[in-house]
Write a protein that binds this ligand. Sequence first.
Ligand code: ADP
Ligand code: MG
Length: 447
Amino acid sequence: MNFEEMDIDKRTKKALEMRGFSEATDVQEKAIPFAMKGDVIVQSKTGSGKTLAFLIPVFEDISGRGNEALILVPTRELAQQVEKEARSIAKMYGVKTIAIYGGVSIENQIRNLPASVIVGTPGRVMDLMRRGYLDISKIKFLVLDEADRMLDMGFIDDIRWIISKTNPDRRMLLYSATMPKEIINLAHRYMKNPKKIALSTDTISPKEIKQYYVETDKRDKFRKLVTILRSEKGKYLIFCNTKNEVQYLGRKLRNEKLPAREIHGDMKQGARTRVMNDFKANRVNILVATDVASRGIDVEGITHVINYDVPRYPKDYVHRIGRTGRMKRDGKAISLVTPDDIEFFMRIEDYIGMKINRIDVENGKVEVKKDYRRVADRYGMVPVKFKTNGRIGEMDIIREAEKHGINEDSIGKIEIYGNKGIMKVRYSHVHKVNKMRIFEDVKIGAK
Ligand code: ADP
Ligand code: MG
């Protein structure tokens, strides 16, 4: 649906237009009409546009007097990000917005209160409330953004305390990427007959994520990874299956002068947050992670997800690669597949219902290769149909093939009928057939 067709304030429409947003995302289309009327619990995956799905309804009820909406978020970065988004709408209304979070001077924040839209982390919000600078007893909206992460980070009691200081008539909007039981409980305890809106959690959009795999032996894995990292600039999230492997790989990459950092469950929250913040701020462009540590990762601009280890559960694969290819940006997912992984990898292909393309990483270069193994017989030989001028024989073909690097061992049976023929070539060499000038036409993989 187009924002223009939505029953929302003209000033909001103007602000969206200025940002270049015309179509509402799925979650926006579904949540906004309900959030304009009452309490909502909205579950929708990261990157789906939840921020506007609560900001738009909030602005429907903004007057510019006193503190009107309090939006709680788990991190400082998110407070800044959401406040910026709010500000772009607020300027059309001529009302104030403010981000309040810890780690910076409190005086500036005090001076800018009250404000129509307050975006804050629970800690600093409570601090300002206790000191008497922030009165939320008359707010109209309480929004919990990234509710699952706030609970993960241990903010549940703070949130309860903050809720208890609001008046019961305020509207409460809860947004989250996942819906664990604690959130449902929280909602039932404090919300008024909330409308539940659930969108898919982990569907992948193959259009936005280009998926590849690289065949490799265990001992070449690291070199191939380094080649990939060196040949394509980007922001990389690399997954290993264990904490030990994460630590080990991080260290090895740094030895190669590749400035990688690690995140895994044995690290203190403070250290994890620092790493995440550095990654978000592009001070670190290679992050090595375990599945668990990646749960909270919603970082803009990840260009590559690398499965250094193939995940053991197809579901994890989908979670991992979903960290890239957010909202209209292209992302790449590359899996390094050793012979031990093939079985798991095939299960992944079954689960996602598609075949993943092979690329080659050799001589320091990454090349997209057509995966001829898939059209090979069980001896690895691929049929090639060809046309000639009708005057060549088997030996001419073998000689021409050798000129292009196809050795005799890689050539199977050759059959010629007049100016047509069929031959078999090993899958790893068959692409070179295209360069053979002896043929007038070739079809690789034709039955
Ligand atoms: P979520 O909170 O669900 O993770 P965000 O609200 O952060 O998602 O939105 C993700 C990205 O999509 C942001 O960069 C945002 O500016 C952009 N975005 C949101 N809504 C739209 C829209 N209707 N059209 C285009 N881009 C949008
Ligand atoms: Mg969000």
